[in-house]
Design a protein. Structure first.
Length: 254
């Protein structure tokens, strides 16, 4: 059993072959798919995905930092409305992204803090999106740290020191295709991180692992990540799958 803790299965890139893609993943041993939210324009697609695959997909709710702009208060209200109406497995993906645009940093910080508070109230994990913003993310986590705070540092691409700091805030590290890249860097120190802090993800349709890099990613390709981690940690494919799946159960309380 393998768990993909982060995959955008409702993406339009899967519209032509979603059922076939899901079957390929199941044939590869993937049995759980955790679906991050982006903004209100994607909510209906998420619910339709859940309706089509009710036994396989587990939805999150949240406002993605790159979608924080002039209407972020309205978008946060949309998130809160749904959090109060039905069950979700995490609040995400949330965080700070300064790669594309720094002009909404203050609003991103406010949205991040607000959604962390909701996660604590709902006793849900958070799933963090961080790009060019480790210092800013850690500043917020430091101000919000508590026994109630837990989650996943999605698509972790930082240093060993940053990995340890993320773990100190009760975060698992979401490891995907980047671990297989020649210039991915994290493969150089991952063996210094106890496997109990690792969960698997694809972020499909993005960040396909080697040898599919540059192509559309899909959940079946997570086996390439498992292979890489098995090499890094010097244990079997099945052990990686079993341990990381148990870690995901611990995070999502399943």
């Amino acid at each position: 059993m393998i768990t993909d803790t982060h995959t955008h299965l409702y993406s339009e890139q899967f519209d032509e072959d979603r059922k076939e893609m899901m079957q390929r993943a199941k044939d590869a041993g993937v049995s759980r798919f955790f679906i991050p939210a982006i903004d209100s324009s994607h909510t209906e697609s998420m619910f339709l995905l859940e309706k089509e695959f009710p036994d396989d997909v587990f939805l999150m709710m949240g406002l993605h930092p790159t979608y924080v702009n002039e209407n972020y208060v309205e978008e946060l209200a949309h998130v809160k409305k749904w959090l109060d109406q039905r069950n979700f497995y995490a609040i995400g993906e949330i965080g700070i992204d300064l790669y594309w645009d720094k002009s909404f940093l203050i609003q991103q910080q406010e949205a991040f803090k607000t959604q962390i508070k909701w996660a604590k109230e709902k006793k849900l994990p958070i799933v963090i999106h961080c790009r060019d913003a480790f210092d800013e993310i850690f500043e917020v986590l430091e101000s919000e740290k508590s026994e109630d705070l837990r989650g996943i540092f999605h698509c972790f691409t930082g240093s060993l020191e940053q990995a340890k700091q993320a773990i100190s805030y009760n975060m698992k590290l979401g490891i995907g295709g980047v671990a297989t890249f020649k210039n991915g860097k994290i493969d150089k120190f991952l063996n210094e991180i106890d496997l109990k802090h690792i969960v698997l993800e694809t972020d499909s349709p993005y960040l396909a692992p080697t040898p599919f890099r540059g192509k559309r990613n899909e959940s079946a390709y997570i086996t390439n990540v498992v292979d890489k981690l098995a090499t890094i940690y010097g244990i079997s494919f099945n052990e990686i799958a079993e341990i990381t799946t148990q870690n995901s159960k611990d995070v999502f309380n399943i």
